[in-house]
Design a protein around this ligand. Sequence first.
Ligand code: IMP
Length: 197
Amino acid sequence: MLTFVCATANPHKARELEEILRDLGSFTLLPRPAEIASIEEDGLTFEDNAILKASAVCSATGRAALADDSGLEVAALSGQPGVFSARYAGEGASDAANRQKLLRELDGVTDRAARFVAAVAVAFPDGVILVVEGAVEGTIAEADSGEDGFGYDSLFIPREGDGRTFAAMSALEKNELSHRGRALASMVEALRHAGRR
Ligand code: IMP
C-alpha cells in the first residue's frame, strides 16, 4: 500500500483524487494538513505548479506527497485560461464568475474546442519527483448545464461522452474520461517504472 499526503488544497479536486486512487487500488491519500500555508503557484506550466505543490508538502511533512495542477485550455482563446483557470475573472474569483467570463469571451465564437489538462506530481522524501499529464478534449457549451461538479464542469462537454457536460455526469462517469483520471492512470505506470510500487 502506497500512502501519499494530498498536496492539493481545492476540496473538489482532493475528493476526485481520493476517489480515483481508491478505484485504482492499493493507494491511500491522507488529507492535506491544515497547518500548511498556501503555496504560491507561480509556475508557467501545469507541471511546474504540480511539482511546486508536491515538493512543498513533502518537505513540510517528511512524507511522499501528491499534487494536481489543472485547468482549461480553449483553442479560440489561444489556450487561455490555462494555468490561470482558477483566477480567470480575477484573484479569488468564484467558479461562477470564471464561467461567466468564459461565456462572454466566447460570445459569437463558433470554434468552441477546448481541453482540460491535469499534471500530477509525486515528490518523495529521498528527492525523487515523478510528474505526468492527462488531458481530455471537448467543447464549451453555450450555457451551463448539470448540477454536480465544480469549476468549468457545467460548461465542458467531453468529445468521447454522450453530449452531457461533466456536471451532468456521475462521479464515476467523469473520472473515467477526465484529465485527472488519465493523469492518475499514467502516474500508476510511472510509479511502477520507477520501482516505487
Ligand atoms: P488549480 O489547479 O488549483 O490552479 O485550479 C485549477 C482550476 O481549473 C480550478 O479552479 C477549476 O476552475 C479548473 N479545473 C481544473 N480541473 C477541473 C475539473 O475537473 N473540472 C472543472 N474545472 C476544473
